[in-house]
Design a protein around this ligand. Sequence first.
Ligand code: NAP
Ligand code: MG
Length: 497
Amino acid sequence: MAAAFELDLAVQDFVRAPFRKMLIDGEWVAAASGKTFDTVNPASGEVLAHVAEGDAEDIERAVRAARRAFDHDGWSTSKPGDRMRILLRLADLIDSNAHELAQLETLDNGKSINESLNVDIPSAANTFRYYAGWVDKAYGQTIPSDPEFFNFTLREPVGVCGQIIPWNFPLLMAAWKLGPALACGNTVVLKPAEQTPLTALRLGELLMEAGLPKGVVNIVPGYGPTAGGALVRHPLVDKIAFTGSTEVGKEIHRETAGTLKRVSLELGGKSPNIVFADANVEDAVQGALMGVFFNQGQVCCAGTRLFVEQKLHDEFAATLAKHAGGMQQGPGMDPATRVGPLVSKEQLDRVTSYLEIGKKEGAKAVAGGERNTGKGLEQGYFVKPTVFTGVKNDMRIAQEEIFGPVVSVIPFKDESDAVLQGNNTFYGLAAGVWTRDVSKAHRVARAIRAGTLWINCYNVFGASAPFGGYKQSGYGRELGSYSIDLYTQIKTVWMRL
Ligand code: NAP
Ligand code: MG
């Protein structure tokens, strides 16, 4: 077992540096203030690495570099083949450094090494590869017009993009944002989450190695209100792309109203996962478990409201509780771990407070329901996989985003009741439906107001499939051709013949 925890030498070096610098204009630099902050290993509560703490002054330098790279250095007008080659090279570099990146991700975020290695890192590489393919396919149109004119459109980059990402899929979220932005010829200032800055910084090194010109991507770690806020407010930034909480999303919406920056927001969720009695129950149990416990439940589209048809409810809840209770919990670096720690002490406090709220509201924890302080886990931020029954859809635990390994099981009478309860939320990011009845699956898929619908599956993603929210889960769609829309603007050209 000890061997399994051994770190790559490159990882040891990376975290042991006196502090990790930020990337501005192709140079690795300290913060202007000289300040650093700590990032913590959530499995042990110990400091993992020190990182330069960017704030308004560093954002200023980064934005100016990105502005110059966009306006004067030729990135936005570079040959498509050049941008494509860099993105493909980057994807290959991510693959060839996959073990190192996976270990860094697991140490910083807590997620299991199997998930880092098999999901996060290869999906990030794939995203860059996919958008490399778009570089020479973002066409304009030739528009039928009166014969004395020639009318066509050009699809042009938006400009300098400020990208603010969360801690739940640190490298993958960077890839979702950077891939399309770079493919379309934009330049970027990226602010990773303060809890998980390491893989973004390593990605910065790989971007330089791939041959990206200086200033095209600048990576400024730091805190939300300071570094993030300065980026949101900066007048030379043309677009903000944000993934994170609905609360901060609303603040960004307010802040940017004054400048009319382009904004896209991918926010929280409280997604319904609906199991009908005619479903393949074994599959539905596995789907419900993965739907809510994947990444410790720190997933914006997690199926946290599990609606089960009345006649199947008790049996289903009991099976779920049995499985949840048996899930192996431990440090992410242990390959046997299925459920790791939460990302931070703050997140631990938030999730455990919701466990108490749920109990006070009258729900019953039939699995978990408490912090896990088992042997070796005492100092980490572990919460046992939790299944609540006796939940009503209007309880706080069924309405508010907990962002932890906590599922509320709620019975429903029939199809229309499932749809009614499923839609009874401010959010609308995703939903699942489990049934063998094809027509019913289609009806429910249409009736639920959410950006993604999974039928007899859950948490399935692809770089070519759009993802984003209805209602307070945000606006704008990422991935697929939709990200090309987010990172380009259309110019109409009229020419008299
Ligand atoms: P958050 O505050 O929304 O963080 C997301 C990103 O926004 C981070 O990079 C954060 O910086 C930055 N940020 C925070 N305040 C900002 C501001 N005023 N201006 C500009 N940027 C700002 O989320 P959190 O506090 O880490 O987590 C809180 C809750 O958000 C979670 O419990 C969960 O419910 C939800 N969440 C949702 C998602 C999702 O994918 N939809 C992801 C993460 C969290 P810092 O790193 O300094 O915070
Ligand atoms: Mg950390």
